[in-house]
Design a protein around this ligand. Structure first.
Ligand code: FAD
Ligand code: NAI
Length: 475
């Protein structure tokens, strides 16, 4: 096998493996290096997303939602369930097999696209004439040479100062996805995306869940009308969310974890739990890359410094995904990976940061694209808003899932869609229509004039677009 490549990608998460495949499609000789090991020490490409992120969390969310439905909602449909039980180890084993299918799928895609995969840690050795030497340290060590290098080394969970992850009692996202039995009491620090998704999984399975959030506002970056609706639903389900807290000492004992905290009114409190998940954000990962050895510049957060085209300060070195600025989302990483491969080929790779959707896979789901009402106010933009509740949607009633709404924000003068925000059933799928509309710079009226299938949840999207012009038909 040749050790000289046109493109070497370090990291096979969604940013890296997609960049490698796209570069190979464009005719380059490509190597992709990834160090992630599965339980038997073999390669597990796919990064955080596949191994300890998007995919396993969605598998557990699905299983736990089935349990919740069987236990609490089947009866509404006249379906009786007796002897309902949960086998957590089987649920976790199913999750693991879903992960493995995805790992294997990526290895297959590498073969199909003739990407040379190297299992081990990649690091810069030095710049050489027309490229860089990259060392791979796995079961053996070797040095590859690449004309262009794409760094896609991802991110790691941020630990709470004074409470390092032991993945037994104090858990990152990794440990949170491997809990072997339902804890009686579960604590989470941070009511962001992971806090809400993981808190939901273990609450549905029977844990008594408390989430301690530092900020006084729930989901501050989400449209606040949507966030309030979601907060109401989560509280009703039994998630105990404490806002505006200050977390103090965290003490680990044989029995569990004790967290000292101060509530929003300044009163000292104590939370005793069996396990604690710390989900307070993630930090870019450049460990072991020898960035400093070749003079690769990082910003003050430790992210690789890139321009809008994902170019670093070093000629021929690019960086994409969680290791650079921007939202830490798998689809953002993928878009950057494709764009960089195309730029290397001299094409005009393109990522539209204004139309990157966000989804929180709780129940109800929360999804949005574009600006929130509070952002439009802060930006001084004149806008019109239209909302439509799922309560008035026939399909949602038939599903028995009428929580939430679709909300449109459109420019007051031009009617261009500026943001779409959804809390409710299948919000993760419904948001795609809004993303397409915004990418084509559609107006709210464009959506209102399009025929939507009946009965479908997507009719709520059409009706919310009609609501911008105060002419809903079913509400
Ligand atoms: P990563 O996926 O982190 O991949 C980086 C890869 O590089 C890893 O395999 C790592 O082993 C490897 N690596 C690092 N350094 C080296 C080195 N020196 N040599 C060789 N290999 C190296 N995003 C969504 O869009 N939707 C979701 O539903 C979602 N759910 C999530 C749930 C959880 C619990 C978590 C933690 C994250 C979730 N995310 C989700 C975020 C998503 O996982 C990340 O945004 C995405 O994985 C970033 O992709 P990446 O390619 O930049 O990095
Ligand atoms: P997050 O940024 O979503 O939320 C962290 C929360 O912790 C914030 O609300 C913050 O105010 C709070 N916080 C920070 N420090 C604190 C402290 N000391 N005490 C109390 N609260 C504190 O980060 P999270 O949930 O860890 O997820 C990391 C990232 O992973 C997300 O931002 C997202 O990019 C990605 N992700 C995406 C998912 C999706 O797309 N569905 C699912 C899970 C993660």
């Amino acid at each position: 096998m040749s050790k000289n490549f046109d493109v070497i990608v370090i990291g096979a998460g969604p940013g890296g493996y997609i960049a490698a495949i796209r570069a190979a499609q464009l005719g380059f000789q490509v190597a992709c290096i990834d160090e992630w090991k599965n339980d038997t020490g073999g390669p597990a490409p796919g990064g955080t997303c596949t191994n300890v992120g998007c995919i396993p969390s969605k598998a557990l969310l699905q299983s736990s939602e089935h349990f919740e439905q069987a236990g609490h909602h089947f009866a509404d449909h006249g379906i009786g369930v007796s002897g309902l039980s949960i086998d957590v180890s089987k649920m976790v084993a199913r999750k693991d097999s879903v992960v493995k299918q995805n790992n294997d799928g990526i290895l297959y895609l590498f073969k199909k696209n003739k990407v040379s995969f190297f299992h081990g840690r990649g690091s810069f050795v030095k710049a050489v004439d027309g490229g860089y030497e990259i060392r791979v340290e796995g079961q053996s060590a070797e040095v590859l040479t690449g004309r262009q290098i794409v760094v896609a080394t991802g991110s790691n969970a941020r630990a709470l100062p004074g409470a390092p992850f032991d993945e037994d009692k104090v858990l990152s996202n990794d440990g949170a996805l491997r809990i072997g039995a339902v804890p009686k009491k579960l604590g989470l620090i941070g009511s962001g995306v992971i806090g809400l998704e993981m808190g939901s999984v273990w609450r549905r399975l029977g844990a008594d869940v408390t989430i301690l959030e530092g900020l006084p506002t729930f989901l501050g970056s989400v449209d606040q009308q949507i966030a309030k609706e979601a907060h109401k639903a989560f509280t009703k389900q039994g998630l105990n969310i404490e806002l505006g807290v200050t977390v103090g000492d965290v003490k680990i004992s044989k029995k569990g974890v004790t967290i000292a905290w101060t509530d929003a009114k300044g009163a000292a409190q104590k939370l005793e739990v069996d396990k604690l998940i710390v989900s307070i954000g993630r930090v870019p990962n450049t460990t072991g890359l020898n960035a400093e050895g070749v003079g690769l510049q990082l910003d003050e957060r430790g992210a690789i410094l890139v321009n809008e085209e994902c170019k670093t300060n070093l000629p021929g070195v690019w960086a994409v995904g969680d290791v650079v600025r921007g939202p830490m989302l798998a689809h953002k990483a993928e878009e950057e990976g494709v764009a960089v491969a195309e730029r290397i080929a001299g094409q005009h790779g393109h990522v539209n940061f204004n139309t990157i959707p966000w989804v929180i896979y709780t129940s109800p789901e929360i999804a949005w694209v574009g600006r929130t009402e509070q952002q439009l106010k802060a930006d001084g933009v004149a806008y019109k808003a239209g909302t439509f509740p799922f309560l008035a949607n026939g399909r949602a009633r038939a599903l028995g899932d009428t929580t939430g709404m679709v909300k449109f924000l459109a420019d007051a003068t031009t009617d261009e869609i500026l943001g779409v925000h959804i809390v409710g059933p299948m919000a993760s799928e419904l948001i795609a229509e809004a993303v397409v509309a915004m990418e084509f710079r559609a107006s709210a009226e464009d959506i209102a004039r399009i025929c939507h299938a009946h009965p479908s949840l997507s009719e709520a999207t059409k009706e919310a677009a009609l609501a911008v012009d105060k002419r809903t038909l079913n509400f």
